[in-house]
Design a protein around this ligand. Structure first.
Ligand SMILES: *Cc1c(COP(=O)(O)O)cnc(C)c1O
Length: 359
């Protein structure tokens, strides 16, 4: 164990779940990483690996009342006995951006990465090895200070929990999804917290998500919060369109979450010789392209689902079927390349895979 991380051993280890039926985010490992921030103790202290267990929280903890809560999501993969994290530096960089937006204290990105590597090393037997499986990693920070005054808290807790997981939407990772273009509610507005991975963004999205589910759709596609005309992103994914062979994705405008999968797909697609445009895309443009026969493919990107094809788009009273409700060629190509690099089957020219040292 590194001298920066303490270790509290648990008495009894848990029974591991059946690897053929993991689901997503349902099982948690034996240990978690914990880190506390107390202004009166000089800031962050006591980085430790402790048994995964319920935590004690004061009922007046500010995070419960005023929503100072941010999170991250990344994955670890196992191949030939090696365990890798995928671009973890990007997640720790982004959590600091989210923390800054909610006036929460910054973390030391390198120290946290060191702590995460120690945690994943301790739990390496929990990293599943099957096709499409990974260890989903959830870092999160929330305000623990007790008190009902509205101000930035002076006490916080950071935890990292681990969940062996299968594919996000269950079953076939490349089964096209049905998407409802939301024309009533909005997720985020410019100047707000849309670009930050804060818990409240998800709370604000659930009503529309439930309504879409009731109508038989898997996810909501959000439009911009001002004109409700321009495309932003899907529930927990960024979105890409293939128009006439060119990849088009909404530009980062402050209300869209800057996905690491989005960024990686853009880098990868350019290298593979595809043309990529980051710009404003209106929902009207999309339907016009469809009518002209120029909307070839649509897919979403996010750590949990990786690359997920969209088969149906519903907007107002129109429903369109994309690429015959089948996974498109470019979607498949990018999926194979992306998951090939993640899973160690393809060469990693960029150093995106970060090895967890075996100790
Ligand atoms: C996390 C998230 C994404 C995807 O980001 P990745 O870094 O690719 O996992 C997209 N949209 C929202 C709202 C998110 O919270």
């Amino acid at each position: 164990m590194s001298e920066n991380v303490k270790f509290e051993k648990r008495e009894e280890l848990k029974q591991k779940p059946d690897p053929s039926n993991l689901g997503f985010g349902q099982h948690f490992t034996d240990y978690m990483l914990s880190y506390d921030y107390d202004e009166d103790k000089g800031g962050w202290h006591d980085l430790k690996i402790t048994p995964y267990a319920p935590i004690e929280l004061d009922p007046a903890a500010q995070g419960l009342h005023y929503g100072q809560a941010v999170f991250e999501g990344l994955k670890a993969y196992k191949h030939n006995g090696e365990v890798d994290l995928f671009r973890p530096d990007q997640n720790f960089k982004r959590i600091n951006q989210s923390l800054a937006r909610l006036e929460m204290p910054q973390i030391d990105e390198e120290l946290l990465l060191e702590g995460l590597k120690e945690l994943v090393n301790v739990e390496r037997d929990w990293v599943p090895e099957g096709e499409g499986q990974s260890l989903y990693i959830r870092p999160f920070v929330f305000a623990t200070e007790a008190g009902l005054g509205v101000h930035p808290a002076s006490h916080y807790k950071l935890l990292i929990i681990l969940s062996p997981s299968g594919s996000y939407y269950g079953g076939d990772a490349l089964k096209p999804t049905r998407i409802y273009v939301e024309d009533k509610y909005v997720r985020a507005v410019r100047g707000g917290v849309g670009f930050a991975k804060v818990a409240g963004n998800y709370a604000a999205s659930l009503l529309a998500q439930s309504n879409a589910n009731k109508e038989g759709y898997d996810q909501v596609l959000w439009l911009d919060g001002v004109e409700q005309k321009y495309i932003e992103e899907v529930g927990s994914m960024n979105i890409f369109f293939v128009e006439n062979g060119t990849l088009v994705t909404p530009e980062l405008n402050g209300s869209i979450l800057p996905g690491i999968t989005r960024k990686t797909v853009i880098e990868l697609a350019k290298e593979l010789g595809y043309k990529v445009e980051e710009r404003r895309v209106s929902v009207d443009e999309l339907f016009e392209a469809y009518d002209k026969g120029e909307l070839d493919e649509v897919f979403g990107t996010g750590t949990a689902a990786v690359i997920s094809p969209v088969g149906v788009l519903k907007y107002e009273d129109r429903e369109i079927v994309i690429n015959n409700n089948e996974t498109g060629k470019i979607t498949q190509h990018l999926y194979d390349q992306y998951t090939g690099i993640q899973s160690g089957k393809l060469e990693d020219k960029h150093g995106w895979r970060v090895v967890v040292p075996k100790k």
